[in-house]
Design a protein around this ligand. Structure first.
Ligand SMILES: [Zn+2]
Ligand SMILES: [Zn+2]
Length: 343
């Protein structure tokens, strides 16, 4: 076993504390990674505040450097720069896995933290830590041209918006709406713009969208303005809704063009809409979550080619509780990333 410093949540309401945890000995296909940057995801907050899952080390979007490899590793060498997202294993045999959509594995994918290791049954612990150990299949080469800190959030927030954008054909000639300009939303804007789509941002706050055009937004719609929303009726081919607060989906369904699709990513617990809005224009309501190995690699290749990273605020890892507290009150633009070398 290898010991590694990590920030541990020991209860649902106490600050994380720096402790030492164990990482498994390397299996033949494992790589051990010195974590450099780890993004702070809304899921981390959610899992910290949940009861019954402690002790817990959060962190499931990170980059780092390979420091050791198992005997049968073929894809990486010591010293390689790599990235890991929120899935580190899956059954490998179901239809979802065979399609490269391990995120939908029918036997449930092994999550990067809070999951159950498929070999020894231990609970996985995340990358708010100095090192991480994972099977090479779920480890990706870090695109050389990109700032590593800005790549970390691509591994969860980025892939979550990338897969629906690509699946529903965001590209030249398409008009794509993005609801919300947070961690997911700002990456949806960047990817949709780079894919060649016209990008319409729906936001409650004109102030928040002040620099939206620099991200790739072509048009801003203030969603609290009923006339502005009416003006969008039947205009959009695809809408990626990243807003997490409960809200009525009907105005966005009405904003879809014929055969358009609204992909709800943020507010699944409280979906409300008028079904008649779907009927008029043969519209679809859909959802998606995270991504598989195939999509993640494609996203990283695209990000490398187009110079796309998340806009991040980097904090030393020792400020992890400040980052979590600021994220809680939405004081972030657009993602916190922890420098794990600064514990
Ligand atoms: Zn996440
Ligand atoms: Zn599977």
């Amino acid at each position: 076993m290898n010991r590694t410093p990590a920030f541990v949540a020991t209860s649902s309401d106490a600050p994380l504390t720096l402790q030492t945890i164990q990482r498994r000995d390397l299996r033949p296909h494992d790589v051990s990674i010195d974590v450099t940057f780890c993004g702070v995801c809304h899921s981390d907050l959610h899992e910290i505040h949940r009861t019954g899952n402690k002790p817990l080390v959060p962190g499931h979007e990170f980059v780092g450097t390979v420091n050791a490899i198992g005997t049968d590793v073929t894809r990486f060498r010591i010293g390689d720069a790599v990235a890991v997202g929120n899935i580190v294993d899956s059954c490998g045999a179901c239809a979802m896995c065979l399609a490269g959509q391990e995120n939908y594995c029918v036997a449930f994918p092994t999550l990067t933290y809070g999951g159950n290791d498929r070999v020894d049954g231990t609970v996985t612990q995340g990358a708010y830590a100095s090192t991480y150990v994972a099977d090479e299949k779920f480890v990706y080469p870090l695109p050389e041209s990109l700032d590593p800190a800005g790549v970390a959030p691509l591994m969860c927030a980025g892939i979550t918006v990338w897969e629906p954008l690509v699946h529903w054909n965001a590209g030249p000639g398409a008009t794509v709406g993005v609801v919300g300009l947070g961690g997911l939303g700002h990456l949806a804007v960047k990817f949709a713009h780079a894919l060649g789509a016209k990008v319409v941002l729906f936001t409650t706050s004109a102030q928040k969208a002040a620099n939206a055009s620099e991200l790739g937004v072509d048009e801003i719609v203030i969603s609290t303005d009923p006339q502005a929303m009416t003006d969008q009726h039947n205009q959009l081919d695809l809408i990626v809704d990243t807003a997490s607060a409960p809200h009525d989906l009907t105005p966005y369904i009405r904003a879809l063009a014929l055969d358009g699709t609204l992909v709800s990513l943020g507010a699944l617990g409280s979906m409300q809409f008028d079904p008649m809005a779907l009927l008029i224009g043969r519209k679809s309501l859909a959802s998606a979550g995270s991504g598989g190995t195939k999509g993640t690699q494609a996203m990283l290749d695209f990000a490398g080619e187009h110079g796309i990273t998340a806009d991040v605020e980097v904090l030393p890892a020792r400020d992890v509780n400040i980052a979590l507290e600021r994220l809680e009150r939405n004081d972030v633009r657009f993602r916190f990333v922890l420098d794990m070398r600064e514990m």
